[in-house]
Structures are given as C-alpha cells and as structure tokens.
Design a protein around this ligand. Structure first.
Ligand code: ISL
Length: 561
C-alpha cells in the first residue's frame, strides 16, 4: 500500500439520502436532490461523498435492508440519476463512496426467497438452524441460541414453512448471510465490481466485522433481568474475518485500484483496528470504532450518562497513539446512528450552540485521521426533541422501547433514553431554509422545530456561522501538513473542562486549546508549551489575545515554535 493514500488527505461528507433533499414532493429525499445541493458540499471543501444505502429495499431499516444490490430504489430515483450523480461528483473533483451492506440482506432479496425453500441451492446462503433440542419448533425458548438482536427481541426468526430458524442480528427483515459459503462471497465481490465499473470510488462497509462468526453458534451468558444474551464476541471479529477482508480486497482490487474503504465495526478495539488497517497488509483503509461514542453510556444505549470529558479525549488520544505508526484513524462524532453532537457533548441552548458546535469541530478536525462530517453537523443541527414513542420512525427505537417496557422499565425512562440517544435524532430532514426547503410535500419525519433559526441558508450566509468554521478547518487541513501528518500529544489529560493537545512535525508545531464548557475557564498556561512568538491560526469565538482565560466553548489553534 502506498505510504500516503489519497484518502488520508480527505474529508468525507455523509449524506443520508432520505433526509437530504426531496425534488419530487413525496416527502423523501432523492438523488436529484443530492445533485442539486452538491455545491453546498463542495463549498465546505469536503472531497468525498458517502451515501447511505440507495438500493432497492423495503425500507424496514431505512435501506440497510437491501432487496436488490444492483438497482436504485425508485424512491431515490433511477440508474440514470445515479450515473448523473457520479459524473457531477467527479466533475467537481470529488469522489463517491457507497454503503455496502453485506452482513445481511433484506428478507425480500431473491437470494433469501430462494433460501427459504429447503433443499434449494441457496439454503446455505443464510444461517439456518433447527429448534433447540427437546423443544417444539416455534415455541418460546425453542430458538437455537439465546441471543438477542441489536434491535430488541430474539436474533432468531422462526420460518414455519421449513420448520427452521434463520439468524438475524438486526431486524427479522435482515437475515444474516452465511459468509462461510464461498458462493455468497463470490456473489458479493461480483456485485462490488459492477459498482466499481460504474464509477464508484469505494465503500463504507456496514458492520463488516460481523461477517465472520464463531462456530459452532452457542448460548451466551444471560445477565439477570435480560431475556436475551448479547455477547458480541460470539459474532464479531470471527476467526475468518481477516481472510475474508483480504479475499475481498484482492477480488475487488481495493488496494490496486486505490479504492476508499472504511469498515464499520461494533466491538472493535485498537488492537483489532491496527490489524484491519495495517499498511503492511491489504485489508481496509480505516474503521469506524464505537469506543469513543460509548464513553457516555452506562451499559445500554438507552441509559446515557453525563460526559466526563477526560474519558472522551483520552480515548481519542489512545487511538491517535495506537495508530500513529501503522493503520489509520477515522474521525467522527456524528452519523445517522448517533445523536447530534452539539446536543450530546456541546450545549444546544441558543446562547452556546454555535460556539460549542465550533469547539467540537475544532478538536475533532485537528486530530490525525480522516474526518467525517454528517449532513447537518456543519450547521450545528440539534437533536429532534421527540417526547412520545409515536414520533419515532426508527426500527431500533421501536424495538428497544418494546423490549425495555416489556421488561418493566418505566416508559418515561425509556423515552428519556431515546430522546438523548435515538438514531432519529440525526435523521430529521435537512433544513435548507427558514421555512424548511426540504420538500414541497409532507416530510417522512418532521423537520426540527427550530428550523426557522437553524437552517443552511442562514448559517452559510453568516461569516461567523458554524459552516464557515468547518470551511476554515477543512482548508487548514488541506494547507497544513502538520494537521495531516503531525504527531499527536494530549496535554492536561485529566482536565475536565479543557481539551488541549499538540501536533508536531519536525520543527513545526500546532497547539490546540478548547474550553469544552459553558462557563469561563482559566488556563494553566505554565502547563502548556510557551506561546512566545506564537501565531493564532484559527479561533472559534473571537481572536483573544492572551490565553489566561477562555470564553465559553472558545477553541484556538496556535502555530508555536
Ligand atoms: O448504534 C447501534 C447500536 O445500538 C446500532 O444503532 C447500529 O445498528 C449498529 O451500530 C450498526 O449500524 C449499521 O448497521 C445497521 C443499521 O441499522 C445502521 O444504520 C448501520 O449504520 C444494520 O444494517
């Protein structure tokens, strides 16, 4: 692999197509809407566009349940629209990355329809198992193992016609493919190659470390109170994962064609990440870990706890150091599965929203790696503010609500958890104008109630807006080799308010200091490198002169000697 692959210099912008821009008035975003707004992305300076799935799908999990990998879902447009999008992206000097969801398909995929027939050639393309010994098939407790699914309920669905169960780690409409079967792998690589031939520049690989499971599949330990076991090690990072990743790399020409790859990986620690993204092997470009987005959770996603800043910055620092000499980091705070970072770790009150969005952007973009901007993050969008279960569209939110309330957790507690952490927080449509500007019809999910004050038009028109700050950060990364390649050192690791670090390359050095709180913060200057002859490169609030005190959410980047 080349020493500095092109994507190590990139900034990625993620589009969640159904919530981006609707041009036909059906309330769902579409490909033409993306084409119409490409300049917004180009203006920010991002050079890679990642699209969440746009393939034919029953939309049980908003397209992460794919019924045909080779066709565009009519709700998003046509293959001609897609070809036009590829051309429009490339003509702006940008690259297009597609979502690749191959741990599972939809239960409406032709492969699964065939697999349902016992004795069919494709029976073994999915993970079928008989009922637990001594149990009547289809009765409670007869599931082949005691595993729970990510979305609540058992990970097994009973198929009456064949008298067996199929595995679905996500919804029952997302049966897991059996990657042990070479025919499955061949079919996936052939499909990927067809997209590459069509012009796509790479893939974001959905839960890709779940494709190799540990066999035989066996019961996990049950935690008291939980009806199902959730021992992720049984299904993640399995013994054949590296073999499969290398085979895919070879068969699709990922390294030789310099394709962009990022593997989304639940339960992926630093050691795994080093192995999967090592520059000495042809596997993946980078991974999305979940470690840093779990630091504010106590056990389950529905029981968030207040962020203890050292946990977050120390986690990122550990990955910076861990992947400094081999592998590569992805840098993300948001995506379509995470709440809005300004509501989660910033302060989304009118007084502090803009400054805190900028502070979060500054610290993230000054780390080493490839930064990701999720649609709406660049204008400091906030959480959805839902208070009733009926407001949620997400299969995960509904499933978790059903499971938790059935287990006796009070509804208010579940709703509080969802309102902080649910995925729908980041899925409300893009507010393009104070009036909305997303659709002429009824949006599939309501726009945020604060659209009149938080929208693209107003923010980008404001030289002090959030987008202007993202633009400056992205430009700094383009111009400054230290941002891209400098060694990282975390300062004041235990400070609960300040986030401070240096980036050093030869005799060039940057110092980043941010006040991650809504109050004034004193800075222990003597614990930081000297600011003599320092030049202020970028600041998020106002160009303050000394560094004794930082305003709420003030972030500064200095070039120091
Ligand atoms: O964050 C999560 C843990 O509860 C889940 O929301 C999420 O499903 C998991 O992180 C894996 O995500 C990916 O695969 C899912 C899909 O629903 C997500 O949107 C996708 O990003 C299944 O394809």
């Amino acid at each position: 692999m080349a020493q500095t692959p092109w994507w190590s210099r990139s900034v990625v912008y993620q589009i969640y197509p159904r919530s981006f821009a609707d041009t036909d008035g059906d309330g769902f975003g579409d490909l033409r809407g993306i084409i119409d707004h490409l300049d917004h992305v180009a203006d920010l300076g991002a050079d890679v566009l990642w699209l969440s799935p746009i393939y034919v799908s029953p939309q049980d999990d908003n397209g992460y349940d794919i019924a045909d990998y080779e066709a565009i879902d009519p709700m998003f447009g046509t293959m001609d629209d897609f070809d036009e999008l590829v051309a429009a992206v490339h003509s702006r000097g940008m690259k297009l990355v597609m979502d690749l969801v191959v741990n599972h398909t939809s239960d409406e995929h032709a492969w699964f329809t065939e697999s349902r027939q016992p004795g069919s050639d494709k029976r073994d393309w999915y993970v079928w198992r008989p009922a637990r010994e001594g149990h009547e098939p289809g009765t409670p407790g007869a599931e082949p193992t005691n595993w729970g699914s990510f979305f609540g309920g058992s990970a097994w669905a009973y198929d009456e016609a064949s008298g067996e169960y199929y595995l679905h780690l996500f919804s029952r409409k997302q049966p897991d493919l059996n990657w042990e079967n070479p025919a499955v792998r061949e079919a996936v690589y052939a499909m990927m190659n067809r997209w590459v031939d069509r012009g796509v520049d790479g893939f974001r690989m959905d839960v890709i470390n779940l494709i190799s499971k540990t066999y035989p599949l066996a019961d996990g330990v049950l935690t008291p109170g939980d009806p199902y076991s959730f021992e992720i090690e049984r299904v993640a990072n399995g013994p054949r994962l590296i073999e499969f990743l290398e085979e895919m790399n070879r068969e699709v020409g990922i390294t030789s064609k310099q394709l962009f790859t990022v593997g989304e990986m639940v339960a992926c620690g630093l050691e795994h990440a080093r192995e999967y993204t090592s520059r000495h092997h042809d596997r993946l470009g980078m991974v999305f870990t979940f470690e840093h987005v779990s630091v504010d959770q106590s056990g389950s996603k529905l029981s968030p706890k207040k962020l203890h800043l050292p946990d977050l910055k120390q986690n990122l620092a550990r990955w910076q150091e861990g992947l400094a000499d081999d592998g590569w980091n992805s840098l993300y705070f948001e995506n379509h599965d995470q709440p809005r970072s300004v509501s989660r770790w910033g302060d989304d009150s009118p007084e502090h929203r803009v400054a805190s969005a900028k502070a979060l952007a500054t610290v993230l973009h000054l780390h080493q790696g490839t930064p990701y901007v999720y649609q709406g993050q660049e204008i400091g969008m906030t959480n959805a503010g839902f208070t009733r279960i009926e407001q949620y569209a997400d299969v995960e939110a509904r499933g978790q609500f059903a499971q938790a309330t059935a287990a006796g957790v009070p509804e208010e507690a579940v709703l509080a958890g969802l309102s902080a952490m649910s995925r729908d927080n980041a899925r409300t449509p893009m507010p393009w104008t104070p009036e909305g500007g997303f659709t002429t019809g009824t949006p599939w999910l309501p726009l945020n109630a604060n659209t009149a004050s938080i929208n693209v038009a107003d923010d980008v028109a404001d030289p002090d807006g959030v987008a202007a700050h993202y633009k400056a950060l992205i430009a700094l990364r383009r111009e400054d080799v230290v941002v891209r390649d400098g060694a990282f050192e975390l300062l004041l690791p235990d400070d609960e308010t300040l986030w401070a670090f240096t980036r050093t390359l030869g005799d060039q050095r940057l110092l980043v200091v941010a006040n991650m709180s809504s109050h004034l913060a004193g800075v222990p200057i003597s614990a930081l490198p000297s600011l003599e002859d320092a030049e202020l490169v970028l600041s998020s609030v106002y160009p303050g002169t000394d560094l004794q005190t930082l305003a709420p959410w003030e972030a500064r980047v200095y070039r120091i000697r």
